[in-house]
Design a protein around this ligand. Structure first.
Ligand code: NAD
Ligand code: GLY
Length: 366
């Protein structure tokens, strides 16, 4: 499958055994016999050996930069360390850096590639469901700073994406569910038939049934590729639809300190429930559709009730976090709301005081 961008088009290959055969897929793009690979220690424990063996069999060496697993790798400190390491290895503009891991490794490596010698190549080898269906495709790269998440970054498209379904065999179940939230997102935002399909087949996807998983990843990537091709830099509103659930979710992540209490995908899942309920409250979509969204999230074992989080805060405090959202635009915050399942749109008339009152009700419900 391709991501079509003038002068920067690339392929996303989805299937089994891609990491074990990575060298064959990457070799046409490699100019040197030594290949730099960035990963984290958890991913390395499962996938370093097969990847290194694939390159060794094809006559390449792999050089490894292994970071601690977790969001903290997306920092100035690790960006500097990675750039220094790549410079010491004399990586040049025409070279490719491999990013083996989830969204954290992909975002950090992509950002380093965007600034190294004003831009070198990188290849995404996503190993989480979230990274396969979302972060490895589309060229958003970033690190976090003390001011917030993903506030320093660049658009820099990869040269190739290899989404190996086998990599998900070692992914913890909770991470699998968190990635599944981004899969459901494509159904809710723009594809009611896919939402229905997930209703019937979601448990097979989560159980990593090969056929179901392959269909879910391919459908998600196709949806993302189409949106990115239409609006690469999020300027027309089309790409903004991918932020469904993210504004509510961002407030929840901020309130829980971007900690393991709520993973990114979990916050997006609950954020989509809140976006659906808020849309129903404003009579934009039916309560029936909002209930279907809630049930789908709940059935996947994802958080569907904000009251169940036991947060010690009110709606105004959560809305306050939204004011620091990077999507703030000249004092107003665009929200992605729904007219129905598969019918997301950008609403620019949402008042944060109204959202705060809605959240107060949700926090007290049940
Ligand atoms: P992650 O990269 O932290 O991976 C989650 C955990 O799973 C880590 O502990 C990792 O070591 C482990 N892991 C990864 N693959 C594994 C495997 N195959 N087997 C065993 N363990 C494995 O988290 P994530 O959910 O993939 O990504 C979240 C990040 O992605 C956030 O920083 C978020 O901001 C970013 N993101 C970026 C975009 C984008 O468009 N660039 C989109 C969505 C999210
Ligand atoms: N994950 C949102 C985007 O890529 O635009």
């Amino acid at each position: 499958m391709g991501v079509e961008l003038a002068g920067r088009s690339y392929e996303v290959r989805i299937g089994a055994g891609l990491l074990e055969n990575a060298a064959q897929h990457c070799a046409p793009m490699l100019r040197k016999k030594s290949v730099p690979v960035v990963t984290d220690d958890s991913v390395a424990s499962h996938w370093r050996e097969p990847l290194a063996a694939s390159f060794a069999a094809a006559g390449f060496d792999t050089a490894w930069h292994v970071l601690p697993a977790g969001e903290q790798a997306k920092s100035w400190q690790h960006l500097a360390g990675l750039c220094d390491w790549l410079l010491a290895r004399e990586v040049e503009r025409g070279d490719q850096v491999l990013a083996l891991g989830g969204g954290v490794i992909g975002d950090l490596t992509g950002f380093a590639a965007s600034v190294l010698k004003r831009g070198c190549g990188f290849i995404q080898l996503p190993t989480t469901l979230l990274a396969q269906v979302d972060s490895s495709v589309g060229g958003k790269t970033a690190i976090n700073t003390s001011a917030g998440k993903n506030l320093v970054g660049a658009f820099h498209q990869p040269s190739l994406v290899l989404a190996d379904l086998d990599a998900l065999a070692t992914l913890p179940d909770r991470e699998m569910r968190a990635g599944y939230a981004e899969v459901i997102k494509y159904g809710i935002l723009g594809d009611a038939a896919f939402f229905d399909w997930l209703d019937a087949n979601g448990s097979d996807v989560l159980a990593r049934d090969r056929a179901a998983l392959g269909h879910a990843v391919a459908t998600s990537v196709a949806a993302k590729a189409k949106i990115v091709a239409e609006d690469e830099r999020e300027t027309t509103g089309t790409r903004a639809l991918l932020n469904l659930g993210h504004t509510f979710g961002h407030a929840l992540e901020a309130e829980t300190g971007f900690s393991d209490k709520l993973l990114h995908g979990e916050s997006v899942a609950l954020g989509m429930v809140l976006a659906a309920r808020y849309s129903a409250r404003r009579s934009l979509m039916s309560e029936t559709d909002a209930d279907r969204v809630t049930r789908a999230i709940d059935a996947a074992g994802l958080p569907a009730e904000i009251a169940a989080l036991g947060l010690d805060c009110d709606g105004a405090r959560l809305a306050g976090h939204m004011r620091h959202d990077k999507k703030m635009d000249a004092g107003s915050l665009p929200f992605i709301l729904l007219r129905g399942i598969g019918e997301a749109f950008v609403a620019r008339d949402v008042e944060l005081a109204n959202v705060a009152a809605f959240l107060d009700e949700q926090l007290q419900a049940h």
